[in-house]
Design a protein around this ligand. Sequence first.
Ligand SMILES: Nc1ncnc2c1ncn2[C@@H]1O[C@H](COP(=O)(O)OP(=O)(O)OP(=O)(O)O)[C@@H](O)[C@H]1O
Ligand SMILES: [Mg+2]
Length: 264
Amino acid sequence: MADTLTGAEEQAVESAAHAARLDHVSKAFGGPGGRQLVLDDITLDVAPGEFVCLLGASGCGKSTLLNLVAGLDKPSAGSIATPGGRPALMFQEHALFPWLTAGKNIELALRLRGLPREERRPEAERLLSLVRLGGAYGKRVHELSGGMRQRVALARALAQDSRLLLMDEPFAALDAITRDVLHDELTRIWSETGLSVLFVTHNVREAVRLAERVVLLSSRPGRINREWRIGIPQPRRIEDAAVADLSVEITEELRGEIRRHGQH
Ligand SMILES: Nc1ncnc2c1ncn2[C@@H]1O[C@H](COP(=O)(O)OP(=O)(O)OP(=O)(O)O)[C@@H](O)[C@H]1O
Ligand SMILES: [Mg+2]
């Protein structure tokens, strides 16, 4: 038997090793006159099933980085691999189609995934129950609260059946109580599904509440500044003393970073 791996085997080994791998990634915008380096030499792995929060000040390049991992844009240098296939992406704004019901928004994602027509409705209903919106199948977007819309958006992201979920400040526009509930739901869904999550936020407490690992980005250009492994057992509460203590430490670091760059 040959001791070299076939392409498919190599891919299987790769995808077992990490959900996303960023290798010396840089990104610049603009032409020669006004070239702006936004991300500089980012090397980061997300392990299968890992929950990583990327934390940084406004404008430091978090969304840029997530868009690169999603394949919506290309790095200027370095490489990005997502061996498990195309990641699902969830934005700050729900981006649901207002003329479709909650259920039909999810079914659209299922159709794009190639799920046969007769399986779409039961699967959409299963996903709505997973985000605890069992009765919302026939509701239109304007009939849903902000928190409910983000739940539908989460269900739609899950409908893509990706092994990697990219989330760009998905709860930033919600009130504190609704956000708290959605943190609990996301932690539950993450532990039930074994998904890998790369979650972007500028909210330190949110990062410490959710993540197994918090990666702090510096600004102008965005570089990896420091990272923390969060050993506090889940489910955590945002008001837990251990969450608060670590948040103070990370906030100090983030403040120092913002001061160094004279940012808002
Ligand atoms: N398509 C683009 N063309 C030119 N510049 C861009 C583009 N996208 C982002 N930028 C610039 O890159 C920098 C980082 O933007 P990005 O949106 O990634 O920041 P962010 O960390 O997500 O900020 P926020 O927390 O406010 O969402 C900003 O200076 C922005 O103006
Ligand atoms: Mg952003």
